[in-house]
Design a protein around this ligand. Structure first.
Ligand code: ADP
Length: 637
């Protein structure tokens, strides 16, 4: 089958290999890059929305706790102004005697106890403490000059004094609320309440809340984490630091800055802060991030800040990111697998279709070829019929030719036969005349000798005519012949010519039985020997060799002469009918043709050899009838 080349044409190798190579080289890094990218996006989105929801939650917490701080602070705001109503206080400020002081001290002590404040004290307009609730204590404020305190300076000017600071006497932090005591529109002194706000810190700690309150200077005054206390949340210039140090507001604390590793402002009052891992603020090894939400506290210049840790959120976001990356990898893997499977199926389908197509083509071709074959078969059958007819015609023509050849040979031989017969006839006439005369004379012995000779002559003439008859008879392809007999008959037919030629004959063959009609064998031998005699006419010592041997179940008889041989041009046409080199009536050009065809008709062959020594040798090979007889048939004339 001849396949359609278009059907199986493969893509050019460079084109087929390149996309696959590119895919294999770039696909894995691309998938990894996409995994990382999508993982990061997943992480970012999760963190973003997490922070938003934490922020919303934190906002509520911020509000709640800021309110609690506000109420804690505002609880005491009325307290200093109460002292304005107390006459003993104004008496003391007007007349500071020990009795008056004692009265006020006792009053303040009782008031302080009831209000659960840290201390309550009264100062004159110069800032000296005139009476105090802690008059019994060793570190009592009594007699101290606190004019440098900002709350005093504000209050003495008639403004509300709000101040968080560390006590200069005992170093204890507290919230100071001061009020200028007025009498008849004039400030006669200042009443101060000191409140401890540490209870709030404890509450935050119990609630595991991270929060702090920073004051107007940005210093953390209250913090759930003690380590953050008295740290500044804003950068402080050296000048400010010095001023604050001088005011002794924070006693002698260094006021370091609370420095986050990273600070990201998310919205108004909302920041993301990251503190270092090894910071004293955290015990964990990781850096800690917080969502910081700040809100100002009303009635104060302070801010309340709520810190919500972001570790859990971050961990959650990382997990979400990993989940997204893994999900993407899974989807990519499934897509690749699906794509590969799709390609395999497509290839299989294509191959199946190609196979089907090839099969269809094959069937189409087979059908076409079958039709062609049938047609050529029919043609062949016709040709065979024609050939058979031609063969039949040829065979008939051949038979006719053989017959014609025989007749021609007879015609040719008739002259020599006439010559052959005339001689004995003349001899017979002479002999018979002589015999009559010898009988009349009574010479019976001579007459009987003549009669014997006459008989011999008649026998000879009879043999000649018998040979002629058998030669002229149409033979058939079957039958068997004795080679010796055939040679003898042929020589007899050519008797006169053989004798005239003074031929030297060498017989070296066996008297085998060959598969050919006897007459036909003789006819062939007459032709061959006759031709040899013709060829040796000019030869002063003509020699004829008849040599035989057996080859492959056939007997070969070589008829060799030492005649003039055959020239190269004549060799090409030897076996063609009517080819002759003999002049005039002598040659018909049928002898060899007929002999070859007779030999072939019995399964034999007639060939020619041209011996280097000269002359010509015709080789007649005929199938043997039976195994060779033990003795060789050799004769010399
Ligand atoms: P014809 O004898 O009538 O010519 P043949 O067919 O017998 O026809 O021979 C054809 C030719 O072959 C002869 O004319 C002769 O030239 C050549 N030929 C045949 N036998 C011999 C031979 N023994 N020696 C030389 N030439 C030969």
């Amino acid at each position: 089958m001849k396949c359609d080349p278009n059907l199986y044409r493969a893509a050019s190798p460079s084109l087929a290999v390149k996309p696959r190579l590119i895919r294999h080289l770039f696909l894995p890094p691309l998938i990894i890059a996409l995994m990382i990218g999508l993982g990061y996006i997943g992480f970012w989105v999760s963190e973003h929305y997490g922070i938003r929801s934490l922020g919303e939650n934190g906002q509520r917490q911020l509000e709640l706790h800021a309110r609690a701080v506000e109420s804690e602070i505002s609880k005491y705001t009325y307290l200093p102004s109460l002292l304005e109503l107390e006459t003993s206080v104004s008496i003391l400020l007007a007349d500071p005697t020990p009795e008056h002081r004692q009265t006020v001290d006792d009053y303040l002590e009782g008031l302080n106890r009831r209000s659960r404040s840290r201390a309550i004290y009264v100062m004159d307009t110069t800032g000296r403490v005139m009476a105090t609730s802690n008059w019994r204590d060793v570190d009592s404020y009594l007699g101290e000059d606190l004019s440098f305190r900002a709350y005093f300076q504000n209050a003495v000017r008639g403004q509300p004094g709000r101040f968080y600071g560390i006590g200069s006497t005992n170093g204890e932090p507290g919230y100071y609320l001061a009020h200028g005591l007025e009498e008849h529109g004039k400030i006669i002194g200042v009443a101060v309440v000191k409140v401890r706000l540490e209870a709030m810190e404890e509450r935050w700690q119990r609630a595991r809340l991270e929060a702090f309150v920073s004051d107007e200077n940005g210093i953390i005054i209250l913090s759930s984490d003690p380590a953050r206390r008295l740290k500044s949340v804003v950068p402080l210039s050296d000048e400010t630091k010095e001023k604050l140090a001088r005011s002794l507001q924070y006693y002698w604390f260094p006021l370091n800055e609370l420095q986050p590793l990273a600070r990201e402002t998310l919205s108004e009052g909302v920041e993301k802060l990251t503190f270092p891992a090894n910071s004293e603020l955290v015990s964990d090894e990781e850096n800690i991030s917080y969502l910081s939400q700040t809100r100002p506290l009303s009635d104060t210049p302070w801010n309340f800040t709520l810190l919500t840790p972001l570790q859990d959120l971050r961990r959650e976001a990382i997990n979400q990111g990993i989940l997204v990356a893994v999900a993407f990898a899974l989807v990519a893997f499934l897509l690749i697998a699906w794509n590969e499977r799709r390609k395999v199926i497509a290839t299989r389908l294509a191959a199946r279709e190609a196979l089907q197509e090839a099969n269809n083509q094959l069937e189409r071709r087979i059908t076409e070829r079958t039709v062609d074959l049938r047609a050529s078969n029919e043609r062949l059958k016709g040709q065979i019929r024609e050939r058979r007819q031609a063969e039949e015609t040829l065979r008939r023509a051949q038979d006719e030719l053989v017959q014609a050849g025989k007749l021609a040979a007879i015609g040719q031989m008739s002259t020599s036969i006439a010559h052959e017969l005339n001689q004995p006839l003349a001899a017979l006439r002479t002999l018979s005349g002589n015999t009559v005369r010898f009988l009349e004379r009574g010479q019976l012995d001579v007459a009987s000798t003549n009669l014997k000779t006459i008989n011999e002559l008649i026998d000879r003439m009879g043999r000649i005519t018998a040979s002629l008859r058998s030669f002229a008879r149409r033979g058939d392809d079957k039958g068997q012949a004795g080679l010796g007999k055939g040679v003898d008959a042929a020589l007899q037919l050519l008797g006169a010519r053989v004798e005239n030629a003074h031929l030297q004959l060498h017989r070296h063959f066996e008297d085998v039985q060959v598969q050919i009609d006897q007459t036909r064998l003789e006819q062939i031998l007459v032709n061959l020997i006759g031709n040899a005699l013709d060829a040796m006419q000019a030869q002063p010592q003509p020699v004829l060799w008849l040599e035989g041997d057996t080859v492959d179940g056939k007997y070969r008889l070589r008829v060799r002469d030492n005649g003039h041989g055959i020239d190269a041009e004549a060799r090409k046409h030897l076996f063609e009918p009517f080819f002759t080199t003999k002049p005039g009536e002598q040659g018909l050009g049928l002898g060899l043709t007929l002999s070859a065809s007779l030999a072939a008709a019995t399964g034999g062959h007639l060939g020619v050899e041209h011996p280097a020594s000269g002359g010509t040798a015709f080789v007649l090979s005929l199938p043997l009838v039976s195994p060779l007889p033990p003795s060789q048939y050799e004769q010399r004339p």
